[in-house]
Design a protein around this ligand. Sequence first.
Ligand code: HEC
Length: 268
Amino acid sequence: MKTFILLGTLLLGTPLHAAQLNLELGEYSRTWQTEELLKHPQVLTINIPNDVSYKRDMSYRAVPLAALLSDVKSDDHLQAVASDGFAAELPAGPLLNTQGARAWLAIEDPANPWPPLSEGKHSAGPFYLVWTDPRAGNISPEQWPFELASIKRLAPVAERFPTLLPDPALKADDPVNKGFALFQKNCLACHRLNGAGDSQFGPDLNIPYNPTEYFGADFLKRYIRDPQSLRQWPQAKMPGFSAEVLPDEDLGMLVGYLKHMVGRKVKP
Ligand code: HEC
């Protein structure tokens, strides 16, 4: 019997298994299985022109994310965690939109698997957060987490990680505070700073050294725009941030926040 199963696996390739998504929403926590989600009363086929991860037009079976976020309020804070350690920090507000930029949970049907993200890699499944009309909400590529394993309701970043905070004496509209917001939206999904953050994907950006201390002249900005234009190797994982995603002025404020944090290092 075992030999037959083994043979079947060898002949058909590794079968794609149904998966589960954990929603950690306190009292409203629950686990969804792939099959349950594919039978959800609000499941639809949606078309995503120029999908952020596949870089081409895609179509998915998907459920409006808002339909799954029982009891979540627009000022709550959510974190979407992928199986590879990527942890996107997502203010709940935009995820609950029912018009304009709308968030959807795309569900990979094991009977109809998605293509790999690139040769030899996994697909974006089993679950992938996609947006219809993302421009209407200024949604950045880091707000499209793929290979999703769980979505958690947490306290906001500034409360969970006070060592990320700029000097509290700064005014709310100080460019450094704007840079901090841009850092949370674009970088914290992969990087820690001052040892704070939930991701382990990229290096810490303040300890032991902050990149503003060792990238001369404009090299840091060039790195953020296109990391592989400075250093190249096949396993490099950091994506580039185009001027469309991060306009020059925003990039300046983001680097301003990083510079500011040199003066606020935590002691090891
Ligand atoms: C998808 C994950 C991801 C995101 C998002 C990301 N990075 Fe990175 N970053 C990495 C990884 C991984 C590395 C290590 C080099 C590599 O594999 O490309 C890296 C390397 C770096 C480095 C080089 C550090 C060194 O000394 O070599 C800097 C600087 C940096 N990132 C800054 C940023 C900033 C600023 C942002 C936000 C605008 C950002 N990163 C967003 C994953 C990411």
